[in-house]
Write a protein that binds this ligand. Structure first.
Ligand code: D5M
Ligand code: FE
Ligand code: ZN
Length: 491
């Protein structure tokens, strides 16, 4: 038995006390347990449903798998004593900051602000000296660079891309000759409304700008911020109140977090997990889509939040819970979404729980986390060929490259017309945490850890029809001191 327990520790399996007694009675179960993926919490239920041994499919996110540190220079994560209490600070929150009246002039103000600030980043980062669109000479040979919003993209008869670039001074057509310039990937990922820098030349015989370079604001390679030897867990899309909400699986995670399961080392990690970030869709909501009633086990919104609060209330007080809303929560749909309010979610008014907007930025003991539900990921997956639902971090990378969380206006993501653009990524975070697409992914991009935390809802009828295969019951975990990333599995 001792040898078996050591092997479990090596495999980073978390044994529920009841499983240990079951194992004594059945030798076959032992080998099945050892075949489970790392970080599985082995409950009696889990054991019974294991059947023949199965292995985890990594889904192409090699870097995300538990184990080795994802960043160099990190100290061993689970050793060394955490001597002081970790700090939580809300750095940016849009709740109550919304000023827009919803009128057209606010939309103009929003776009002007976006253009100015992203233009500033482009100038600084890419060293360009852009001309205003209205001042670009027509029908003359000139080398020019400009920054503007892409107002349309279309394919020409011979397979090139025709764009219109716009700023507050005017609009002009531009053409990307895909074969000649090798810009296929850059140009193929162009989104309507995104702000780009373009360099190229104008010609005597045409009104078109011939594009030679497309520049995106992008992020500098950053040295990530570090905190103390604590962990943060990231989840989203619980959908409490839905018939497909995976309550048992979530409770299994919470029992891990309480330290009720696992060996000494694993309990030590659980005890050091002092932050739980929830990136929206806490509840399934009511009236979110037509016919939703038949998919609800709790049909009252307030009761849905009460059920969510009852679950969260089982966590120890030292776990700071941060809750941002999603499109199923009881707040306005237009982004930025303010924090859920007492009107519906009074039950979440708990000691260690902080309600924030989506997006918002929180500092977890010095590690800056940008939390955003991720509705715009649907737009990115729709428009950018390399972005798929299977690998949501690829779409999140596109957001970082554009320094903008909702680059497309007027499609799937409703955006509130505001005087300033809350969706713009001014300050580069250490972590970008999204959800919404219900698929799991963990990666890093130029020092920014990208996390999509999957879901706690099994496949819905809608997703079945769309062929979306969700990843329920997975918890990404990050050590705030070393940046080490882990993936726990509870489903
Ligand atoms: O969204 C979960 C995922 O399912 C997300 O990728 C969007 C997609 N989804 C869900 N409902 C719809 C509808 N009605 N149209 C298009 N796409 C949809 P969630 O926010 O959890 O519902
Ligand atoms: Fe969701
Ligand atoms: Zn959602």
């Amino acid at each position: 038995m001792k040898e078996f327990l050591e092997k479990c520790a090596e495999r980073r399996l978390l044994l529920h006390p009841e499983t240990v007694s079951m194992l004594g009675a059945d030798g076959g179960l032992v080998s099945r347990v050892l075949d489970l993926p790392e970080w599985t919490v082995v409950t009696p239920d889990k054991l019974l449903e294991t059947g023949p041994a199965r292995r985890e499919v990594s889904g192409g996110n090699g870097a995300a798998e538990g184990g080795g540190p994802a960043r160099t220079g990190g100290e061993a994560a689970s050793h060394g004593n955490a001597s002081r209490e970790p700090s939580l600070e809300v750095l940016v929150d849009a709740t109550g900051e919304s000023e827009g009246s919803g009128e057209l002039r606010d939309l103009n103000a929003l776009f002007r602000d976006r253009l100015e600030r992203l233009g500033g980043i482009l100038k600084r980062r890419r060293g360009i000296n852009p001309r205003k669109v209205g001042t670009i000479p027509r029908k003359m040979e000139r080398q020019v660079a400009t920054v503007g919003m892409v107002s349309s993209v279309s394919e020409t008869n011979n397979g090139n891309l025709l764009l219109r670039i716009e700023d507050e001074t005017g609009e002009m057509p531009a053409i990307v000759l895909l074969r000649d310039t090798g810009l296929t990937e850059e140009a193929g990922a162009l989104l309507v409304d995104e702000v780009v820098g373009v360099a190229g030349h104008t010609r005597k015989d045409s009104d078109l700008l011939l594009v030679e370079e497309i520049m995106r604001p992008d992020v500098p390679s950053v040295e990530p911020g570090r905190g103390g030897n604590y962990y943060a867990a990231f989840i989203s899309d619980l959908h409490v109140g839905s018939t497909t909400f995976l309550g048992e699986e979530l409770e299994r995670f919470f029992s891990w977090l309480r330290g009720d399961v696992g060996n000494e080392e694993q309990r030590d990690i659980a005890a050091k997990t002092r932050f739980l970030v929830i990136a929206g869709d806490v509840v399934d909501g009511v009236g979110v889509y037509p016919g939703q009633e038949s998919h609800l086990s709790v049909t009252d919104l307030v009761e849905q939040y009460e059920e969510a609060a009852n679950l969260l209330d089982t966590l120890p007080d030292h776990v700071e819970i941060i809750v941002a809303p999603g499109n199923h929560d009881a707040v306005r749909q237009a982004e930025p979404q303010p924090a859920v309010s007492d009107e519906f979610a009074e039950a979440l008014d708990m000691k260690s729980l902080t309600l924030v907007s989506s997006p918002s930025t929180v500092s977890l003991d010095g590690v800056k986390v940008l939390v955003y539900h991720g509705r715009s990921l649907d737009d990115v997956v729709n428009c950018v060929p390399s972005a798929t639902y299977e690998e949501p971090t690829a779409a999140m990378k596109e957001l970082m490259r554009r320094r903008h969380l909702a680059p497309v206006y007027g499609s799937r993501t409703p955006i509130s017309p505001e005087k300033s653009d809350f969706m713009l990524v001014d300050d580069v975070p250490d972590v970008l945490h999204c959800g919404h697409v219900h698929t799991f992914g963990m990666d890093s991009y130029r020092g920014v850890t990208l996390i999509n935390s999957g879901t706690w809802q099994s496949q819905t009828d809608f997703q079945k029809r769309m062929g979306i295969e969700p990843d329920p019951g997975i918890v990404p975990l990050m050590n705030l001191s070393s940046g080490e990333r882990m993936k726990l599995r509870f489903a």
